[in-house]
Write a protein that binds this ligand. Structure first.
Ligand code: ASP
Length: 328
């Protein structure tokens, strides 16, 4: 009896890998919003397509070599955070006080471990601080000054708050009364070769947010969630609504308990529970079979996917801004 139990335990990871229809999958987003016209702007769209393509290639290099999902998510989110194109790290949007406050989170589906940071002011790569909270503390979330100090104590790269500014955001700070905003929160979800799911999200938040405001991105269950038995999810959009609808956990639980296909459940949440007025935005998600979804109810969402087929070894890759996907 005891031997049978041990054999079953040993066979569990193998069963999980056999249920996996794709060897690995990576899905990324670079924020949702009214960017449908960007598709026709050749110069700008080329920049975004190239950035999404680079992010997928970074993840692919790690996953194809057997790297873990968390490694791929961190590398991809770091890349986005260092790019001024997106509302995360350098390029983040500003608060009503003309400052930068950044949020990020990461979660692993194999053991439900998670780390999050909110209101960071000096950490160059907030996702690294979220990962350090997950791996180096008994906590899930650190916020404000304590989070900045903790990141410094961990040897993470520290910058001046104005490092996050770009010529564009500096102009917004000059003229904060003018209505304008920046969409481009970043996220990444992964199914790795080991059959594990990971999700990560990083953002500067919403334009002109009240200083001290925290959105959905660092809230585990709202903007980020991963459970090997459900799915890995990263959200982008009007955070207050994503928190109220506990979107990421809601989706994972529909997959886990109601056995809804990830695409169907994601569409339901984004198009029925949320809508363009109350909960403008979108999400990316992947389940343990390698099925994934990228719905949005806004004009567009920077997004991309890459997966390796089991058996044939064929790699499929595509990026999108508006409704259309561009196969690479
Ligand atoms: N969800 C983010 C927040 O509310 C913003 C975004 O995704 O654009 O902070």
């Amino acid at each position: 009896m005891k031997h049978l139990f041990i054999t079953i335990l040993l066979l569990l990871p193998l069963c999980r890998m056999l249920a996996q229809e794709r060897e690995y999958v990576i899905v990324v987003h670079g924020g949702a919003g009214a960017m449908e016209n960007l598709e026709d702007d050749k110069e700008k769209s080329t920049l975004y397509y190239a950035a999404l393509d680079s992010a997928l290639s970074i993840g692919n290099a790690i996953l194809s070599a057997g790297g873990e999902g968390s490694e791929a998510v961190m590398a991809v989110v770091n890349y986005f955070e260092n790019s001024p194109l997106f509302n995360a790290g350098k390029g983040a949007t500003c608060t009503s006080a003309g400052t930068f406050e950044l949020d990020a989170s990461i979660m692993e589906g194999k053991d439900l471990t998670a780390g999050a940071v909110a209101g960071l002011k000096t950490v160059k790569n907030p996702i690294n601080a979220a990962y350090a909270v997950k791996t180096k503390t008994p906590h899930v979330m650190l916020a404000g000054e304590g989070a900045d100090r903790f990141a410094k104590s961990q040897g993470l790269e520290i910058v001046d708050n104005m490092y996050f500014a770009t010529p564009k955001t500096l102009k917004w700070i000059e003229d904060l009364k003018k209505e304008s905003k920046k969409n481009g929160t970043v996220g990444c979800v992964v199914l790795d070769k080991q059959g594990n799911l990971t999700a990560g999200t990083s953002t500067g938040g919403m334009f002109k947010k009240q200083w001290g405001r925290v959105g959905d991105s660092p809230v585990i269950g709202a903007g980020t969630y991963a459970d090997n038995e459900g799915c890995a999810v990263s959200c982008t959009g009007h955070g207050e609504y994503f928190i109220r609808h506990v979107v990421a956990y809601n989706l994972s639980t529909r997959v886990k308990l109601l056995h809804q296909p990830v695409g169907e459940a994601a569409d339901y949440i984004i198009h029925q529970e949320l809508n363009t007025k109350e909960g403008n935005g979108g999400l990316i998600a992947v389940d343990k079979k390698g099925d994934f979804a990228m719905p949005f109810n806004s004009g567009g969402m920077f997004r991309g996917y890459l997966y390796k087929e089991k058996g044939t070894g064929k790699i499929s890759k595509a990026v999108g801004i508006g409704k259309k996907m561009k196969t690479l």
